[in-house]
Design a protein around this ligand. Structure first.
Ligand code: P6P
Length: 333
């Protein structure tokens, strides 16, 4: 079966983009190796204590960040990178053509309890006249992405990726190769499974409270069918389940911080995942409009997210159509 390089070449992807995506894939393979050893690596946790070697203990997500940053900035094609772990973008090669954004280890609070975490990445073109050290170069709508994907470090380490020709899923095999497992991932249009952090229920907008209440009412309510719920609290794992068997994943606006659109980040969580979901036949919305159409204003800006099975997202959008002038809607334009 083909590996990532074979698949990208078969899709006639730009050769320099192939090398860039291979570089990310190789980093994900190294990150998987570190995670697999768990506490034995001596680099888990979130403390600044010294580890067994007497070195200052760094968070694993900082280590993953530094690995991706060093590898990508070493490519002549990369004009710059932006990361959840970096306050500002980091300029790369002055003649580079690509900008790479990533969340090096999403869900890292789950590492200490051995729950799946992931690496999320997004590739944008460098706009003419801009440099990779200039934040404004990155502020492009998600629809401009050339590629996006994630590695999921779970019972298997998988890599799901799109270059605009559907979503391919690869599995890390015993030879250290990501081997193609699914050529076209497809999200079922209907679902009976929703994914939300129910502990925030009292903070949601009324429209979201009503939409979720209808799911909970099951076949006794207006939906006329029962639903199941999942919440892994690791976006990569929850989105992977949606890509694999359908469902709706949502982290909506809530009034704990009314001036924030949502918890998740647009540029390196919302946009890359939304491109994958749309490429797999699903929908990705803020509850008020397509995530991929948002014109970003800040590199670390947040966004409300609801993504997954097309027909279920349409029910959610219908539930929100009377709230288009609400605080949540105005913040998520
Ligand atoms: P909560 C992980 O910290 C993360 O950014 C996403 O991966 C995940 O979906 C969400 O936050 C979980 O948030 O509030 O349920 O802990």
């Amino acid at each position: 079966m083909p590996n990532v390089t074979d698949q990208l070449k078969q899709q006639a992807v730009d050769p320099e983009l192939v090398v860039l995506l291979e570089t990310i894939t190789n980093c994900c393979q190294e990150i998987a190796g570190k995670l697999r050893l768990g506490a034995l690596t001596g680099i888990l946790g979130v403390t600044e204590d010294t580890n067994v070697q007497g070195e200052t203990q760094k968070e694993l997500d900082v280590i993953a960040n530094d690995m991706l940053k060093e590898a990508l900035l070493g490519l002549s094609s990369v004009a710059g990178i932006a990361s959840e772990e970096e306050d500002l973008p980091v300029a790369g090669n002055a003649n580079g053509r690509f900008l790479v954004l990533f969340d090096p280890l999403d869900g890292s609070s789950n590492i200490d309890v051995n729950v799946s975490v992931g690496t999320i990445f997004s590739v944008l073109p460098l706009p003419a006249g801009k440099s990779g050290g200039d934040e404004s170069a990155y502020l492009q709508p998600g629809r401009a992405q050339l590629a996006s994907g994630y590695a999921l470090y779970g019972p298997a380490t998988t890599l799901s990726m799109t270059t605009g020709q559907g979503v391919q899923q690869f599995v890390l095999d015993n030879n250290g190769q990501f081997t193609l497992a699914y050529e076209q991932m497809s999200i079922p249009a209907d679902t009976k499974e929703f994914s939300i952090n129910m502990s925030n229920q009292r903070f949601w907008a009324p429209e979201m409270q009503e939409y979720i209440a209808d799911l909970l009412a099951g076949d006794q309510g207006v939906r006329g069918k029962n639903f199941n719920m999942r919440w892994i609290a690791s976006m990569v794992a929850d989105v992977h389940r949606v890509l694999t068997r359908g469902g709706i994943f949502t982290y909506p606006w809530d009034d704990r911080s009314p001036d924030k659109p949502g918890k998740l980040r647009l540029m390196y969580e919302g946009n890359p995942m939304s491109l994958l979901v749309e490429q797999a036949g699903g929908l990705a919305t803020t509850c008020f409009g397509n995530i991929l159409d948002i014109q970003p204003s800040k590199i670390h800006q947040r966004v409300a997210v609801a993504l997954g099975s097309k027909h279920e997202i349409e029910v959610l959008l219908d539930a929100h159509k009377s709230a288009l002038d609400s605080p949540a809607a105005l913040l998520n334009r």
